[in-house]
Design a protein around this ligand. Structure first.
Ligand code: ATP
Length: 243
């Protein structure tokens, strides 16, 4: 675990749950129902990675740390980046330039995009790769129980790609995964457990997000090998992720 670095989420509560922030050389999965904050955290990390190291980012001196954002559902918003960057004290125009936006149109394309990153990541000092959401195309293309085996196989291959990328170039990989709110539905029916079962075998950190009152959200650490299990609360504000 040498040279391992951490990126702040913007919430000290969430950072603490994560053992200081989102780690490089690791896949961190945020899973939860719609509106639970997966995309907001992904946007925020894409901004925060650009901060200097003493502010929780990975920029060292003039060497700006950049992000790749792979969007599978068309939910990325530049306006949100602009807003979060301004609040974080970054030049919004520069902050947007330092995020490489990539739209993946299907699962094969998603995997091809990641394969290309093995060239781009070291060349452009990319220290964060987001895949939002990692499961949506796989779920849509291989629906139902009858396709479960193929879907798992393909998704595992994708996750393996991502974990190689994280390891080789010391980058943080953040993936999101939409799952049903009801745990009995989620665990009882394997066709609903698209990410749940498959991603279980991936190395790294899994955080479950749940809606609470208003803009408050609950984050729960799930089966992390080197982190204590626990829960915390954070908030989604105009400025982004905060305590
Ligand atoms: P999905 O699975 O549908 O993509 P998600 O978990 O990615 O959902 P997000 O898009 O991260 O959900 O969260 C959406 C929520 O974030 C909104 O419901 C709202 O509560 C909050 N939010 C988004 N933008 C702002 C903002 N500018 N100010 C305050 N809260 C916001």
């Amino acid at each position: 675990r040498m040279n391992l670095k951490k990126i702040t989420t913007g919430s000290s509560n969430l950072d603490e749950l994560l053992g200081g922030g989102v780690e490089t050389k690791t896949i961190t999965e945020f899973f939860g129902e719609f509106g639970s904050g997966k995309s907001q955290i992904s946007h925020q990390l894409s901004v925060n990675v650009q901060l200097p190291t003493d502010q929780g980012g990975l920029t060292e001196g003039e060497n700006i740390a950049k992000a790749v954002y792979i969007d599978t559902e068309g939910t990325f918003r530049w306006e949100r980046i602009e807003q979060m960057a301004r609040c974080a004290g970054l030049d919004p125009e520069l902050a947007m330039e330092n995020i490489y936006y990539m739209r993946a149109v299907n699962s094969d394309h998603q995997m091809a995009v990641v394969e290309e990153l093995f060239g781009l990541v070291p060349k452009e000092n990319i220290r964060l790769v987001v895949v939002d959401s990692v499961t949506s195309h796989f779920r849509a293309e291989y629906p139902g129980r009858e396709n479960l085996a193929v879907r798992q196989q393909k998704l595992n291959k994708h996750l393996h790609q991502l974990s190689r990328l994280a390891e080789i170039y010391n980058v943080a990989v953040v993936i999101t995964n939409q799952v049903m709110a009801k745990p009995d539905v989620f665990y009882g029916d394997p066709t609903q457990a698209v990410g749940g079962h498959v991603l279980y075998h991936a190395p790294g950190v899994r955080v479950q997000l749940k809606k609470s009152r208003g803009n408050k959200r609950i984050a729960r650490m799930v089966d992390a090998p080197h982190l204590p299990e626990g829960e915390t609360v954070f908030e989604i504000t105009e400025c982004g992720i905060r305590d």
